[in-house]
Design a protein around this ligand. Sequence first.
Ligand code: SF4
Ligand code: SF4
Length: 358
Amino acid sequence: MVLPPDKLQKAFKRVEEENWMLRAFLKGQDPDEVDNIVHNLHKELFEDYDCIACSNCCKAIAPIVKGKEIKVISAQFKLTAAEFKNKYLIKTDEGFIINKKPCPFLAESGCSVYEHRPANCREYPFTDKEEILTRLINLVENCAVCPVVFELFERLKKHYSDEFESYKVEYEEIWGNEDEYEYDDEYDDMEEWEADAEFFDQEDWEGLVEYRRQKAEKYPDDSDCQWSLGEAYVLNKEYEKAINILDGLHKKYPDNPNIQHSLLDALFAIGKDETAINWIIKPSILRLDNNILDYCYNFLKKKRKPRTVHELYLELYCEGYPAFDDNQLMDFLLSDNRFTITGSTDKSYDCYISIIKR
Ligand code: SF4
Ligand code: SF4
């Protein structure tokens, strides 16, 4: 049964950790099989669900609005495109997005621009798209927003029940006691999550440090709160403070990849490298070499369509810590005659890369 939207937050807290385990488990499954199962569940679950009565996504997600859509919606409000942008949109790396949550076009009866709503709204939560395995992080996050995605994850757990149960045992052996990763209820409620996101939206890193510092003081035993403060120091370019806190955390939680990666971010930012730390568990560092070229080649070989360099970069991020940025990856791939690009080379997420078929 799909949950009513107001029950979702509480239910999500109970299964969040398990959903991250499911994400890790699914990464090892056959991509076409997962697509097939998810697409069938998408059809079945959305068939009877009343999205207008829910509208959770309109309250929690800021959709991208593209050029043509801006024209059409601004005409509905008798505004020029420029006036519309000023009033309702902000520019981000991904393009223009709606500047407020809940969405200003959400009325009591549902979306007031429904006929012309952006493709990003129509397509949400993207569970009928191909290559679901590349969308799993967003989908786990969307379990806290969309009751259908939440139920879809519950059904996936049932579908893979025996294999997933054994996987969970192994996962817990590797990652330790589940309780360690449980968040405090108070820390994990939606408003606090949104407050944190607000600092990211504004790129207010000083504010983020202060906000997370208070949290870290309030929850001294919560490893996630402590790591978040370290991450905020990195974003605010306070690298020595970041290294101090993250190095201590690494000694306590040596296999936590978030702590390892933020520590490496801080070290590389001040011109050092991984050798500056006595690691308890050494992180895997990726460098631009033939292994990376082969990884990308094999990854793209399995894909029907070209991928953006940014997507490739995120894939690599799951394999280890890339000691390079996505623009350096783009240039490196272009130096190898097995790859070709389309789109703009200005930004890695506009630059599509594929392999040359010989
Ligand atoms: S434009 Fe409409 S569908 Fe899209 S987020 Fe706003 S209210 Fe929801
Ligand atoms: S897509 Fe999901 S979150 Fe959005 S209205 Fe429908 S059920 Fe609710």
